[in-house]
Design a protein around this ligand. Structure first.
Ligand code: G3H
Ligand code: ZN
Length: 291
């Protein structure tokens, strides 16, 4: 079912687990994540980037996610979220389209400008009961990058994060704490920084760059205040690897369903793997759900 992100995150906070926010790139990955949520009895956040909106169109992707949530994930909650909204027209478009949460990513701007823009979005979004995620200390890397080391992972300043949350009134906060977008060998999570951010801000923390981070670090971060973990590269890579393999093994097959079907299955399996690590698997009690 389609649910507001606040219900999903509040339940995660109460029960002490994190919810996966999975980036989708088309119908196949939307289906894969929804099927994973059903099979794992887990809540999920389906998120789209501005690039995914360019590819699918805002209305089509909004309707695709809503209809898959309502008709495939009939008994598990799914929320729709904008990831890394950098342009105001995309952010406002998603608020008006019915997303229950948007990320305004102005982390590339000086702190005061980041605060001013984020505050503006918060005012508009809260009037429509939409949650806002803000970001401090730009998270770097490339979604889909796979392997090797990344240089100079930036780390957010604690006092800047605290000032940002206080002045903007955001509902969730993303900050650079040692991870990067992509799969790299040297990703880490600075647990002490995370703990300090959580203690001072008390709002749900969103960990970006969830692919490629060691499982024990993810588990430790959840114990210290992470409520949402963004997963993009693992979804992209599992989908693409499966489709490429099928094409290589079956060069004469021209049926798109045969080519793309393994991609749905691969996304589903990868999302289930993450749901188990995050502790969100088996948290939806089907008997309690009114349909
Ligand atoms: O915003 C999306 C994420 O932060 C994804 O990061 O590509 O390392 O999974 P990832
Ligand atoms: Zn991110």
């Amino acid at each position: 079912m389609l649910d507001h992100i606040k219900n999903i995150v509040k339940e995660a906070e109460k029960q002490g687990y994190a919810v996966g926010a999975f980036n989708v790139h088309g119908l196949e990955s939307i289906l894969g994540v929804a099927q994973a949520a059903v099979e794992a009895k887990s809540p999920a956040i389906i998120q789209v980037s501005e690039g995914a909106i360019d590819y699918m169109g805002l209305k089509p992707v909004t309707h695709l996610v809503s209809t898959v949530a309502k008709n495939v994930a009939t008994q598990v909650p799914i929320a729709l979220h904008l990831d890394h909204g950098k342009k105001l027209d995309y952010v406002l478009g998603c608020i008006n389209a019915g997303f229950s949460s948007v990320h305004i990513d102005a982390s590339h701007l000086p702190l005061d400008e980041n605060i001013a823009l984020t505050k503006q979005v918060v005012e508009i979004a809260h009037n429509k009961d939409v949650w806002v995620q803000g970001e401090v200390g730009a998270i770097m890397g490339g979604h889909g990058d796979n392997g090797g080391k990344i240089e100079d992972i930036p780390i957010a300043e604690l006092d800047e994060v605290i000032k940002f949350v206080k002045e903007t009134g955001v509902d969730t906060i993303a900050a650079a704490v040692g991870t990067a977008h992509g799969v790299y060998d040297n990703e880490d999570i600075l647990i002490d920084l995370l703990k300090s951010i959580k203690t001072a801000t008390k709002i749900p923390f969103v960990l970006h760059g969830g692919s490629g981070v060691k499982v024990n670090k993810i588990e430790e971060s959840i114990k210290n205040g992470v409520n949402i973990i963004n997963i993009c590269s693992d979804i992209k890579i599992s989908f693409t690897d499966a489709v490429k393999k099928y094409c290589k093994d079956n060069p004469k097959d021209t049926d798109p369903r045969h080519l793309l079907g393994p991609g749905i299955e691969a996304v589903k399996n990868k999302a289930i793997e993450h749901m188990k690590i995050l502790g969100s698997a088996d948290k939806v009690k089907l008997a309690n759900i009114k349909t």
